[in-house]
Ligand binder design. Sequence first.
Ligand code: MG
Length: 266
Amino acid sequence: MKRKLISVAVLALAGCVAVIAQEKKKQEWKMPTGYAGITHEMSEFYEPVPPVVTPGAVLPDGGFTAPSDAIVLFDGKDLSAWESIKGGAAEWDVHDGVVTVNKKKGDIQTKQKFNDFQLHIEWQVPTNITGESQSRGNSGVFLQGMYEVQVLDCYNNPTYTNGQTGSIYKQSRPLANAMRKPGEWNVYDIIYTAPTFKADGSYRTNPTVTVIHNGVILQNHTTILGTTEWIGFPQVKQHGAGPIILQSHGDPSEPISFRNIWIREL
Ligand code: MG
């Protein structure tokens, strides 16, 4: 009996020692208090919680299908999210899950207007492309209907640098040429922040844009100076939310195609 009591006492003592050791360990792991008594908890925020977004699937060419919160602008089936800039239905050619520019029908634009956004759009130059410089697979993505991110076949096709693929046309040359050859799909991811205006119509904050082409950054938070002008310099025109416009360029080269277009409002 006496031996049993001694065993219990020893076990209890061992337990106490273990608990004390654990406590000591916990204290040792406690983050140190910073200057002026500031603790790490004081600079940690728990609200609001970012929403859960389910990412899209990765495509063989490096694109992504639409994440769960994106607005799908073209899923390969129809142009119901688009209209002609002249009014009426968008009449580009939808076939085989892609849409091909119809140069006789002019530019098309989204019915919906946007402010800040993340835009994903894929485009393909046909293998039978002809022409050179700006007359070779020319199209464009106009942000808020005002500012063009150039689309052009710049695979072994020199042109003025502030007019090549991924330029802010006639304003900002791209940081690289990341073109895939004709027949392959190019992927644009465009992150855009809309301008704000003063009462006199001048920019309070300029629009800015980041352009990633096939995973390569071409425009790094570039400041947009004003509207895209073919001849002359950018103009500052006050505007609100605007559409995405896809350009039907007047050059005689074979038309390019688009697919997998989606946008996330920011
Ligand atoms: Mg263009």
